[in-house]
Design a protein around this ligand. Structure first.
Ligand SMILES: [Cu+2]
Length: 143
């Protein structure tokens, strides 16, 4: 490796560490019209990280959702972005924040893989392969 290559690699390291760390990602199996993806997002940077949206070829479009209490029941509500504070982790999980797959093209069955592209503000899009898992006793995705 030449001196310049080493220099180039050292130069890149701070930029590589400036991206979101995605873990524990899965999609809930469903035969219904809508699905949901859950994951954790860790922000290793010193700046706020904003998930602005997502895309998937497994469904018509993708929305970011949260659950808000409405009287005695929790209802899903679309939100414009999900913020991850510097050095912290946000969990998208059943009953809370989630990525909603609207108008799923075909049933999401356990063992399938779907692709999902996450868009963070000021970063390159991240495309991930997401395994479909059966989740029992989970939320029903109705509006
Ligand atoms: Cu939802």
């Amino acid at each position: 490796m030449s001196f310049y290559r080493v220099l180039y690699a050292l130069f890149l390291i701070p930029f590589l560490s400036h991206s979101a760390i995605i873990e524990n990602i899965y999609a809930k199996s469903t035969t219904g019209p809508n699905g949901a993806v859950f994951l954790t997002i860790t922000n290793p940077t010193e700046k706020h990280l904003k998930l602005m949206g997502a895309k998937s070829d497994a469904c018509g479009h993708v929305e970011l959702h949260t659950h808000l209490k409405d009287g005695d029941i929790y209802r899903m509500r679309p939100i414009p972005y999900i913020m991850v504070n510097p050095g912290s982790t946000v969990a998208l999980q059943p009953g809370g924040l989630h990525i909603m797959l609207m108008t799923v093209k075909k049933p999401l069955e356990q063992g399938n893989m779907i692709s999902l592209t996450l868009s963070f503000e000021g970063q390159c899009d991240q495309t991930l392969m997401v395994p479909v898992k059966k989740v029992s006793g989970c939320c029903k995705h109705k509006k």
